[in-house]
Ligand binder design. Sequence first.
Ligand SMILES: C[S@@+](CC[C@H](N)C(=O)[O-])C[C@H]1O[C@@H](n2cnc3c(N)ncnc32)[C@H](O)[C@@H]1O
Length: 209
Amino acid sequence: MAELEAPHQSRLYSDLAPLYDKTFAKFFYARERTVIKDLDIPKGAEILEVGVGTGASFPAYPRGCHVVGIDQAPLMLAQAREKIAKNGWRHLEVMEMDALNLDFADNAFDYVTAFHVVTVVPDPIRMMAEMRRVCRPGGTICVVNHFTTESRFWGPITKSLDPITRRLGWSTDLKLKPFLKDTGFTGCRAYRFSRFSLYTVVVGTNEKE
Ligand SMILES: C[S@@+](CC[C@H](N)C(=O)[O-])C[C@H]1O[C@@H](n2cnc3c(N)ncnc32)[C@H](O)[C@@H]1O
């Protein structure tokens, strides 16, 4: 049997990047804006956004903070850079980087966010470990993503869609509870905006030993 394509290999994040803002980003922004507002980020905060893509979230960050966005897809980043230049945003910058090997020192950021990324990268557990490493002790980690439902009816149906969604650019085979257990990020809060929402917000303090 042919091996399943990894979600991050989807053309969506490379040569189809110009379509992204006209499609996915339109659905994602309202949620990102609410989540970022709820973080109540103070002036002077250092923030890392992992898998920043085209910078859909950018307008939501307060200007008094400094945000670094990283992503592996150069064409997504090109659009993010265009937005930064067009709006004259001096508090934002982007870099090409692998979320699984962050090129930052330990404890470098006050906040580390990732919106709609954990089911795209090849190893979500490693990505969270990297996010926690570069976030200072007592800093905030915030992830927004779709997780496979625990429902005995819908769970297998969602999971069966995985080979299709992988080709589009994301996996539907990641459950929240095992994800949190495997990442050790267990003291966090996980909630959805409504019981019908497909997306879960996971937010918590980065406890370090
Ligand atoms: C669904 S998009 C989300 C983009 C943005 N966060 C948003 O909400 O619009 C997923 C992003 O993850 C990026 N990505 C996938 N694998 C990655 C990796 N290993 N390192 C960094 N970025 C990665 C893709 O290039 C893409 O821009």
